[in-house]
Design a protein around this ligand. Sequence first.
Ligand code: G6P
Ligand code: MN
Length: 451
Amino acid sequence: MLKPPFILSIAGGGSTYTPGIVKSLMVRLSDFPLAEIRLYDIDSARQETIAPVVEKVIRDHSQTIKFTTTSDPEIAFSGAHFVFAQMRVGQYKMREQDEKIPLRHGVVGQETCGPGGLAYGLRTILPMVELIDMVERYADNNAWIVNYSNPAAIVAEGVRRLRPTARVLNICDMPVAAMRNMGAILGVDRHKLEVDYFGLNHFGWFTRVRVDGEDKLPALRRHIAKFGLLTEDAAQTDPQHSDPSWVKTWRNIKPIMDHFPDYLPNPYLQYYLMPNDIVEHQDPDYTRANEVMNGREKKLFAAAEEYKRTGILPDAFHVGVHGAFIVDVACSLAFDLRQRHLVIVENKGAIANLPYDAMVEVPAYITAAGPEPVRMGAVPLFHQTLLMQQLASEQLLVEATLEGSYEKALQAFTLNRTVPTMQHAKAILDDMIEANRDYWPALQKAWVNGE
Ligand code: G6P
Ligand code: MN
C-alpha cells in the first residue's frame, strides 16, 4: 500500500478547476495527508498565472506542504503517489470549435457529446497515453492516476486498448452532482443516498435511489415533474453548475422523465434524446465555451491579478462536489476503504447485456487494488439499444484514432444519435479535420475518387 504523507501531482495544473480541487484537499488533510503538491502543465504561462492562488489556498491550511510548479514531467512525477489528471487538449479555444462547427450544420455542439465530443476524443487519446507513460516512468510503482480528463468515455476506451494494465481510474462528477441535487430536493446530505446506476459516461440512468433503505424515486419523480432536478430556488442547489445554461440542463430532466419516468437520466442525455430542442436554444455565435471563458476563467484570472497587486484573494473559484469527489476516490484507493462510488470501469459482466469489455459507468467498491464493479444485471431493450449505438460510435472513434482511418471516423460520426444523416456527418468531420490539424493524427481515406 502507498504510505502517507503523499506526493500528489496535478496534470493540467493551469485548469480553472485546480484551486477548487486543492481547497478540497486542504480540508481533508487529516484523511489524505500530503507532503507535496506539484502542478504540471505544458502551458507554463497559464499555470504560473494560477499558481499563486493555489499556493495561497495551501498556505491558509499548511506551512509544511511543499509546493512545486513545473512543465518538466520528470520533476512533476518522480516518486509521485497520486496523479490527478485534468488535461484539456487545445484548451477552451478548441472547445469553442467543438461546439460551433456542428452547430453550423444544425447539429448539437457540445464539449463531450455528439461530434464535438468525438473531435475532442481524437485530440485527447494519444496525449493521455503519453501522460500515462510518463507517470509509469517516473512515479512510484503503485501510483494511481485518477482521471477527470474528458471526453471520459472515449479516453477510458482508448486507455483500455492501448494501456490495459495502467493504474488509471476514470471518473466524472456528473452523477455525484446529480446526487447533490437529489439530496437538496430530499433534504438529506448526498452521502446518505444509496444509488444504483448504469450506462456509459455522460450516458446513463439512476435506477434506484434510497435513503435508509426507503425508495426515494417516487418523491424525486413528483418533484422533477414540476421543477426538473433542481430545488425551486436553483441557486441554492448547485453553485458549480449555476449558469443559465446549466439551470436549463437540470430542468430538462423533466421532459425526459415525462416521456420515460422509470429511471432518472444523466442530464447529458438531453443532447441525445432532444437534440432539436437543444440546437434551437443554442446561440451558434456564443456557446458554453464562450460562457466559460468570459465567466469562470476570466473571474479566476482577474482574482489572480488582484491577489498579486493587493495580497488579498477575492472569492473566485468554486469548492464543491467536483473537488470533494476526486478526494473521496483517492482516499478510498489509498487506504483500501472500499467505499462505493460511481466510476468508469471495464464492464466484465456488471451490465449483463453489454459487451464484456465495454467501459461502463456503474457503482464500484474502490479498493487499494482498484475498483470492484457492482452487478447491475441486464438492462431493458430500450436502454441497451441506446447504449450499444453510443458505444459503437465511441469505439469506432477510438479505432479511427489508432488506425488513422477516415472511414471509421465517418462511421463514428454517422452512428452518433445527434447526427441525422451521413451527409451531416461528413460535412462536420471535414470541417473538424481542418480545425484540428494541429492536434489530430492524420486520417487516411482507403478510397479516393473510387480508386
Ligand atoms: C460536468 C461534467 C464534466 C464537464 C463539466 C462542464 O461537471 O461532468 O465532464 O466538463 O460539467 O462544465 P462547464 O461548466 O465547463 O460547462
Ligand atoms: Mn463528466
